[in-house]
Design a protein around this ligand. Structure first.
Ligand SMILES: C[S@@+](CC[C@H](N)C(=O)[O-])C[C@H]1O[C@@H](n2cnc3c(N)ncnc32)[C@H](O)[C@@H]1O
Length: 921
């Protein structure tokens, strides 16, 4: 993706165990999968305050308390999700079942008197695409076939065909009902496992019309947002495996996510044409409202996920440190922020849109209290959906209508009790008679002991009408606090003021006016609030107060806000760090993803560095490559001068500490690639059909090179967002799918086009390429994947039997890894293949025979659905694969499995024929 933030500080982002030799600890490493018990001994897993709190909250059904406590002390099993719902996904499931899990089919497997638990699909996850495994370290060590499963998972995880993810974390996206045309916002998205799921759903284009152009690209998009800039980088890495041009990563506080207005369909898109027709018709009919609509709409979302930062009390199994550091203040301290994020999500949601609120804590203050307050404030415009008939196999407890609130001193049953003495409590935390009427049992609480998972909370909400204005509840409340304090004489000191009666009256009036300001704020009337606040200030000064009451109010308000914001941020960060540190899996294992550092980019660096050398070991070179993409996008190409074209628009431009027009420092500009020379070069060299919107939908992040380093493709819908956001309110850290990358072969001739095709963009581009594509028979394709750099034998007149003879002669003499490609059909194709970037793909007939053919026009972006094709670089003497080794291995594995399956089918067929013959005889 086009990344805009600094990428050069990767080392800083890595957890300690990823630093040093630069080799990252593997997410599937057995050491990490059982980290939980490295932190604490079982005896340490005890916390009276925690136990008392949750017993009083009554979240565990009668008689199950001990079971609940016991499971919290056990490490979490491994769970993973097979990515995509494409046919390769089904194949992967088959492979798991036949190659690996078949060991369990002949009865229970015992080791040292202990049962080895067979892997099982999560019963509630659709199409058997999510699995659960629970092997002990001893079992992995002693059973080599178990270790092989683990190894396979590791490779598949790295190649992006599976994602290790905690079971409960897979739940919220399943209730989002995301469709390809939806605008989706993931408010608190990092490190991105749920974003990945949402993208898969967006790209599930089954049944969509794929007959023309880029119609395999969904018309919707996903904006993945996170408040933490460094975690946005992890998000980018994690979601990059999805290869989508429909993703934008942004870096905002969720509660301040900007409203974008003036959204117009992307120029040249079908939607733009339709809108133009509609606008013209409206003009003719003199329909003002419709005309206005044509002038652009406010961007609202169809789906919003609020997976808010929380105390993480449901994650004890993977973060056992929570036993030690648990405090009631953790949840209480986050409630306000959670509510503010959720309220803003409601503002950004379309009428008719759906929003899922989730946490990984069973704490009602962070769960039902937030949902109830949302419903009350929305006055019927937001409804809690009953989803009890969905995912019926998922065991869950109903949400609660009543709960209590505790501070570090005592319990309270209502705000009235707590208002005066409560320690850092807010009225919104409390249940109330009004809230008890709400159908809060429709919320879902997933308890760890019910299906051997972590704990989670999910509420599914729908906006059914425009909501009333939703002012920040904590703001009004804090004003009240300040005024109460003022009344008590604690805040507004009349230092040095004229002690006569008038001053006191004026002070009282000032306070009253301030109260009116609150009421106006609560009613969402900003103008009235300002007026009342000004009146307060005027009264204060009229009374001759030394300290202006209103100023004091505002000063304190600001002080309080920033202190509180800092505290909440620190708390959220601290909790996040602790969760991350203890996370065993790759799901929320951000550092692992970061340390991944673009395996394919690194692989390319490897090939580049090795140049023409036959033994290009991309992975060795990759280990040395420590610069992330974002960093060198901007630091690009000082040597080859500036870009030669003036773009019609540019977002940002400061970037990386340079001063400039960019609104956000450190964020690179986004620039459309409008240089006719570049577009023509790509179109001519690769034969890109006019159906692909190359001239309008390519962006880059730097103009500091005549030929920008990377060219990214953004979908229609995202282009429309970029164009609409004229004020640059969106802080975009990454967007777009990398399609081309400038190739650098030091001191070597680059041929007619300096751009190679990026593997991640290949599935999108391939259906539109008419040149530089070479189709290989199975053996050659497998060889290319294995050796990754094969020599070519191309006599100038290579053709027919002469070439065959030459190739055979060469084959007889050369060591196996030096044998040039010699299949006549390949030699023929090589004749027409220019030096430079190209695509090598499995010959369609072979793919058909193996049942691996993909409807290219309809392949969409899903990695799992992608055709068997690799980006290559052709020189006069060799063909080099520009794809990471593990990805090549995965592809080879797919072919081998298909071959095996075909063999079995043939054998089955022969057997049946023999049987039939015998019967006939
Ligand atoms: C529970 S994690 C999200 C996990 C993520 N949804 C996933 O499935 O991978 C909460 C995230 O919220 C982010 N965050 C904290 N405060 C935030 C705020 N005010 N607005 C948006 N995101 C915030 C944290 O940086 C953290 O990445």
């Amino acid at each position: 993706m086009g990344r805009g933030g600094r990428g050069g500080h990767k080392k800083r982002l890595m957890r300690k165990d990823y630093q040093g030799d630069g080799k990252r600890e593997n997410a599937w490493n057995e050491k990490k999968t059982h980290r939980a018990d490295q932190y604490l001994e079982a005896g340490d897993m005890h916390n009276e305050a925690f136990e008392e709190y949750y017993k009083v909250q009554d979240i565990v059904p009668e008689g199950e308390w001990q079971e609940f406590l016991d499971i919290l002390k056990k490490p979490l099993p491994i769970t993973f999700r097979i990515n995509g719902s494409g046919r390769f996904a089904a194949e992967l499931v088959t492979k798991l079942q036949t190659d690996f899990f078949s060991h369990f089919s002949e009865g229970p497997v015992m080791l040292d008197g202990e049962l080895v638990q067979p892997p099982r699909p999560l019963p509630w996850y659709p199409s058997n695409l999510a699995w659960h495994m629970n092997f002990t370290r001893n079992q992995l060590r002693k059973l080599s076939w178990l270790a092989a499963i683990h190894e396979f998972m590791k490779v598949a995880n790295e190649a992006g065909s599976i994602t290790r993810q905690e079971a409960v974390s897979m739940v919220p996206p399943l209730f989002m009902d995301v469709q390809p045309h939806h605008r989706v916002l993931d408010m608190c998205a990092a490190p991105g496992s749920k974003t990945f799921q949402l993208l898969e759903m967006l790209h599930n284009m089954e049944g969509a019309d794929s007959s023309s152009g880029s119609s395999t690209t969904p018309s919707g998009f996903v904006v993945a947002n996170d408040a933490d800039a460094q975690r946005c980088n992890l998000l980018t890495h994690q979601t990059k495996r999805m290869c989508s041009p429909c993703l934008m990563v942004t870096n905002h506080n969720g509660e301040q996510f900007p409203k974008i207005t003036g959204l117009q369909p992307a120029p040249g898109s079908a939607a733009a044409a339709a809108a133009a027709v509609e606008a013209a018709a409206a003009e003719l009919a003199g329909n003002a409202a419709q005309q206005q609509q044509g002038e652009g709409e406010v961007m609202r979302f169809d789906r919003i996920l609020c997976d808010v930062p929380c105390s993480g009390d449901g994650t004890m199994r993977k973060a056992p440190d929570i036993w030690r550091r648990w405090s009631v203040n953790n949840g209480n301290g986050l409630h306000n922020m959670q509510l503010r994020i959720a309220l803003h999500a409601v503002r950004l949601l379309k009428v008719g849109g759906r929003m899922v609120y989730s946490t990984c804590t069973p704490n009602p203050i962070e769960d039902e209290a937030v949902v109830a307050e949302l419903l009350v404030r929305c006055k019927g415009a937001l409804q809690l959906l009953d989803v009890s008939d969905q995912l019926p196999e998922l065991k869950r407890c109903a949400g609660k209508r009543k709960w209590l609130v505790r501070d570090k001193h005592q319990w309270y049953s209502n705000w009235e009790e707590a208002a005066k003495v409560g320690f850092k409590l807010d009225p919104t935390m409390f249940s109330s008679p009004e809230k008890q009427q709400l159908p809060l049992e429709r919320c879902m609480r997933i308890l760890p002991h019910h299906q051997d998972t972590g704990g989670f909370f999910v509420a599914v909400l729908q906006k059914v009408a425009e909501t009333p204005d939703l002012p920040d509840p904590s703001l009004a409340h804090r004003f009240t606090r300040i005024i109460t304090a003022g009344r008590d004489g604690r805040l507004i000191k009349i230092d040095g003021a004229d002690p006569h009666q008038g001053a006191e009256d004026a002070a009282a009036y000032a306070l009253e006016a301030a109260e009116q300001a609150i009421a106006a704020l609560e009613a969402g009337d900003a103008a009235a609030a300002t007026k009342a606040a000004n009146a307060a200030a005027a009264a204060a000064s009229r009374g001759g107060l030394a300290q202006d009451a209103a100023t004091e109010i505002y000063k304190n308000q600001r002080r309080y806000d920033s202190q509180e914001a800092r505290k909440q941020q620190q708390l959220a960060k601290q909790q996040q760090r602790q969760q991350d540190a203890a996370t065993a899996g790759a799901d929320e294992d951000a550092a692992a993803v970061e340390a991944d550092a673009d395996a394919d980019v690194q692989a390319m660096e490897g090939v580049e560095t090795a140049g023409d050398d036959v033994d290009a070991d991309a992975d060795a070179a990759a280990a040395a490559a420590d610069e992330a993409e974002g960093a060198d996008d901007a630091a690009d190409g000082a040597a080859d001068g500036k870009a030669a074209w003036t773009p019609s628009w540019v977002r940002g431009g400061g970037g990386r500490g340079r001063s400039g027009s960019g609104r956000f420092r450190g964020i690179d500009p986004i620039i459309p690639v409008e240089d006719p020379t570049i577009i023509k070069m790509l179109v001519d060299f690769y034969g890109v059909e006019a159906s692909f919107p190359l001239a309008t939908h390519l962006i880059t992040r730097s103009l500091e090179a005549a030929f920008p380093k990377r060219l990214y493709y953004v979908s229609d819908a995202l282009l429309a967002v970029l164009l609409a956001d004229e004020r640059e309110s969106l802080k975009i850290t990454a967007t777009g799918l990398k399609l081309f990358e400038r190739h650098e072969l030091r001191g070597k001739e680059l041929g007619k086009c300096q751009y190679r095709i990026a593997q991640e963009g290949l599935p999108f581009l391939l259906p539109h390429l008419t040149k530089q594509v070479i189709r290989l028979p199975v053996a050659d394709f497998m060889r290319l994947l294995a050796d990754r750099n094969v020599p070519l034998l191309i006599p100038s007149s290579a053709a027919g039997s002469e070439a065959e003879t030459a190739a055979a002669a060469a084959a007889a003499k050369t060591p196996s890894n030096q044998v040039p490609l010699s299949t006549p059909s390949v030699l023929k194709q090589l004749e027409g293949l220019e030096s430079g970037g190209a695509v090598a793909l499995l010959d369609e007939e072979a793919a058909q025979q193996l049942g691996l053919a993909v409807d290219q026009a309809g392949s969409g972006a899903l990695t799992a659905n992608a055709p068997l094709a690799v980006s290559v670089w052709r020189t006069r003497a060799s063909l080099s694969v520009l794809v990471a080794k593990n990805e090549c291995e995965q592809m080879a594995d797919k072919v081998r499995s298909a071959q095996q399956r075909m063999k079995q089918q043939q054998q089955g067929g022969k057997g049946a024929a023999k049987q039939a013959e015998a019967v006939a005889a």
